[in-house]
Design a protein around this ligand. Structure first.
Ligand code: ADP
Ligand code: MG
Length: 761
């Protein structure tokens, strides 16, 4: 029996899903696989685990597992459910990539989809679980898709063992044909229970004209208008990323300030400090304690969890710094004519995005201060994962920021594009949860009708080498036959197998027979022993290869550090930010000089220097750990504290993974790691080349220089266009003849990042 508080009980009874409890439980009792569709906010994530718990689905012989595509959701939903059920987090727990609070008593476990995938590698039948819920299936994240494919096979196997496993797929949209009309996936069509949305009508207003590019400014004007002219009710604004969110928050706070009592005022001030992403040392310490590293307690999870929002937000810090977001500090000029600061109409403005600290995210669930109107400025996270109460007006810029990959070259770039019709409708729906609402679309209905109907599943949009390696490690040899809800394009599969063969992770097929035979054979190569080792490292196959080669010359601690840094990415703070005062400008200049100096020191001299940016990463992490990895050290040396903490965690995780494969390595994360010797650096460069062998570039020779655009440029085997060393690279000025790069990112030009020099033969 669950002992809920009266307030919780009352709130629950208002949720549409409660009316369907019996229908849902009957469907689950009678079918191995059930699909539940219900609008965001109908109660799927918080209530279905409770239904199952109360129906006895968590017992001594199995627990309830729920997967989320976002870390934020896994953590916050486990806390919410624990609170609703009045149970400790020892019973309702979560596990995400680096951390968790799972215990022997855990009965309901929220986790990221990546965590469950890794568990399948250890125990294919998932015997620990009685139910698996795949949440947010409509998002079609890569891991969600793979899990559904795998579970479609695991469920019947468990049935045969007389230990049935229930699979529940939950979606915020009704578009579930990829799961239901897919005989390869589920030969018996699973029933789909629809939860009545109890949605109030939302009136959609289109702009007559679509702003050419300044959708942020258009958002600002629209919010001002709504706030001045329309009756009470919360507002939710959709923008594409963190910097835009903060910029709009500032402008709105300036336009509609509200005076609060002292304590609230202090809190508000702290928040704007956070927004500048400058560390306020004392605070950071309070809110972000350094993680304790318990090496025995790491569950090793697979390759990076595909939390695209986080990645997009990370990327933005950089753009923001280059000055695309100058209106952050426009001062009063940021206000349009006639938009004078007006404190008679207080607006309570809150940002919301994936990377925001959890305690800040929690603010949006609380009622706004008396006499104010709530205005949440959010990225995509507010579209389906989190439900904000009391929203009556939605302002939708219609855009979304996504990472795009070139299918052949793997070159990636973040782009802001129009969203899909399905997403726009989800956003509009946020306005009608508690009463009839309005959605203001800052684009015309003609533009809307040109949107694609649905966003294509992630698996069709990105390289799949990491997934293929994980699948091969599960002995799925013929990946083409795998029951994907939507298969990745054949070119992507072929490119992945090609890369994995080149890395030695797959056994090369015999070169006999026709070309066609060879192509087919290539698509079903078994994994090699090296591949098995690589698959046990939770990083991209290229980096896993580097780790697998690093035992010689005691290089493991160094390659683990480099690989961690390359996986976490964007270690360095950018600081070409518009300064506020002259004094500030001077300070910034001083800091910049100091930071560049540090990077040159970390890059080393002579042979050390040739390791290039990877040597800088190694030096930066080493120095930071030596100093205790404090926010102060990071601030003083231009390092991103969050990145450093994440690198520390990943180092711990990789160290555990290495030790479990070769116990005689006896590795530990040494905070006082000595710099590598010259021999080690030479060897590290070979290792890097082995992992990034297909990422080589050669400097254009003077005699080949026909066109000015090739000045200082490099040529790669894959691209026709010139690529350049990124200006932030320590090798930017040296221009070695041959380099390997970690990745090419396209902004104004194609830039190589994470560059090392290689010997010319
Ligand atoms: P769904 O998964 O169908 O989108 P949820 O189960 O996430 O719905 O949410 C159900 C309700 O619980 C929503 O109305 C939401 O406002 C409320 N809720 C969710 N998390 C919290 C929280 N942390 N604090 C307060 N209310 C919450
Ligand atoms: Mg949900």
């Amino acid at each position: 029996p669950v002992d809920r508080s009266p307030e919780i009980q009352e709130a629950r009874l208002k949720l549409p899903i409660l009316a369907e409890e019996q229908v849902i439980m009957e469907a689950i009792n009678e079918n191995p696989v059930v699909i539940i569709c219900g609008e965001t906010g109908s109660g799927k994530t918080t209530q279905v685990p409770q239904f199952l718990y109360e129906a006895g689905y968590a017992s001594s012989d199995g627990i309830i597992g729920i997967t989320e595509p976002r870390r934020v959701a896994a953590v916050s939903m486990s806390q919410r459910v624990a609170k609703e059920m009045n149970l400790s987090h020892r019973v309702v727990s979560y596990q995400i990539r680096y951390e968790g609070n799972v215990t022997d008593e855990t009965k309901i476990k929220f986790m990221t989809d990546g965590v469950l995938l890794k568990e399948i590698q250890k125990d294919f039948l998932l015997l620990k679980y009685k139910v698996i819920i795949i949440d947010e299936a409509h998002e079609r994240s890569v891991y969600t898709d793979i899990l559904i494919g795998l579970l479609s096979r695991i469920v019947p196997l468990r049935g045969k063992k007389e230990r049935p496993l229930k699979l529940i797929i939950m979606s915020a949209t009704l578009r579930v044909e990829d799961f239901t009309d897919n005989k390869k996936l589920f030969p018996v069509v699973p029933p789909a229970v629809q939860v009545d949305a109890r949605q109030f009508p939302v009136t959609v207003h289109f702009n007559k004209r679509t702003p050419v590019d300044d959708y942020s400014g258009e958002c600002f004007r629209k919010v001002c208008k709504i706030h001045r002219m329309l009756p009470a009710g919360g507002m939710l604004v959709f923008l594409t990323g963190q910097a835009e969110v903060h910029s709009l928050c500032r402008r709105l706070r300036k336009a509609f300030p509200f005076r609060k009592n002292k304590t609230e005022g202090a809190e508000e001030k702290e928040e704007s400090v956070e927004e500048t992403r400058k560390f306020k040392k004392s605070r950071r310490k309070k809110t972000m304690p350094l993680p304790k590293i318990d090496l025995n307690n790491y569950s090793v999870t697979p390759v990076d969890e595909g939390d695209e929002d986080r990645e997009a937000e990370l990327e933005e810090e950089e753009e923001d710094a280059v000055g695309s977001d100058i209106d952050l500090d426009l001062g009063d000029d940021g206000l349009e004519e006639g938009e004078k600061s007006d404190s008679s109409l207080p607006l309570y403005v809150l940002p919301l995005y994936s990377l925001l600290a959890p305690e800040k995210q929690a603010k949006v669930f609380r009622p706004p201060p008396l006499g104010t109107r709530l205005c949440v400025v959010a990225t995509n996270v507010a579209e389906t994962s989190l439900t904000i109460p009391g929203i009556k007006y939605v302002v939708d810029c219609g855009k979304v920021k996504k990472r795009f990959y070139d299918k052949i070259t793997g070159v990636s770039s973040f782009r802001v594009t129009w969203t899909s019709q399905a997403s726009a409708n989800q956003r509009a729906g946020r306005a009608g949860r508690t009463e009839p609402g309005h959605c203001y679309r800052l684009y015309s209905s003609a533009v809307f009708s040109d949107f694609e109907k649905f966003s294509p599943p992630e698996i069709t949009r990105r390289p799949v080498d990491d997934l293929i390696l994980q699948m091969k490690a599960l002995n799925i040899e013929k990946v083409v036959n795998f029951p994907f809800p939507t298969p990745p394009p054949t070119e992507a599969l072929a490119a992945a197998e090609e890369l994995l063969i080149a890395l030695g992770a797959l056994q090369e097929p015999p070169k006999t027979g026709s070309l066609k035979d060879l192509q087919i054979a290539k698509l079903s190569c078994p994994i090699s022993p090296l591949g098995m080792t690589m698959a046990s490292f939770p990083v991209a196959p290229r980096y896993a290869k580097m780790l697998a080669l690093s035992k010689k010359n005691d290089c493991l601690p160094y390659s683990i550090t480099i690989v961690s840094a390359m996986t976490v990415r964007e270690l360095f703070e950018e600081f070409e930010r518009p300064a506020i005062s002259e004094e500030e400008t001077e300070k910034l200049k001083g800091k910049k000089a100091r930071v560049l100096q540090m990077r040159r020191i970390w890059a080393g001299q002579g042979p050390f220097q040739k390791l290039g940016d990877l040597m800088v990463m190694l030096g930066a992490v080493g120095a930071c750990e030596y100093a205790g990895c404090t926010p102060q050290f990071c601030e003083a040396n231009g390092l991103r504290y969050k990145a450093m903490v994440e690198i520390r965690r990943l180092r711990g995780q990789l160290t555990t993974a290495v030790n479990s494969i070769c116990p005689d390595a006896g590795l530990f994360v040494d905070p006082k790691m000595k710099p590598p010797t010259e021999t080690q650096v030479t060897y590290l460069r070979q290792i890097v080349l082995a992992g990034l062998g297909d990422h080589v570039a050669r400097r254009i020779q003077a005699e080949e220089l026909l066109d000015e655009k090739w000045k200082n440029a490099y040529k790669t085997p894959l691209l026709d266009d010139p690529v350049f060393i990124h200006p932030n690279s320590v090798l930017f000025k040296q221009l070695p003849e041959f380099v390997v790069y970690q990745e090419i990112v396209e902004t104004t030009k194609m830039y190589m990042k994470g560059v090392s020099a290689i010997e010319s033969e």
